[in-house]
Design a protein around this ligand. Sequence first.
Ligand code: CA2
Length: 146
Amino acid sequence: MKALVINGPNLNMLGIREPGIYGSDSYAELERICHEAACELGFAEVEVFQSNHEGTIVDKIQGALGHFDGIVINPAAYTHTSIAILDALKAVNLPAVEVHISNVDAREEFRQISYAGMACFARVTGEGLAGYRHALALLADRLHSK
Ligand code: CA2
């Protein structure tokens, strides 16, 4: 089992600003949590990727085909705007879990729509960085039941 974790714009700023919403842990800690969780959950490999660019994220999703068994994705602000990321997820048709650090459902109205989520079989929100572990566990369960 190989997992790809994709993070969208500004998530590399974790721990630097807005600790009230996103916590005080850094992006390096997010990477560490994913590697630790993936190892515990029996993934042979996990790649944790971040980009501030929509097209680069689309390229990464397309490149996952044939290399990864599933995707965990936090598209960040592109969650609420990007049909290109939705289409890429649909195109590769890999099992995908949407994850958000904050509870997007309790925030501004513009965060209520999730395009990427329409191509995901599960959604984890408001669990902080621990949500990435939860998302990887949901992905592992899904891959085991195949
Ligand atoms: O809660 C999440 O995980 C979000 O995907 C984070 C996005 C936001 O646009 C989504 O609505 C919800 C924002 C990521 C920006 O991360 C920052 C981290 C530190 C400082 C500033 C921004």
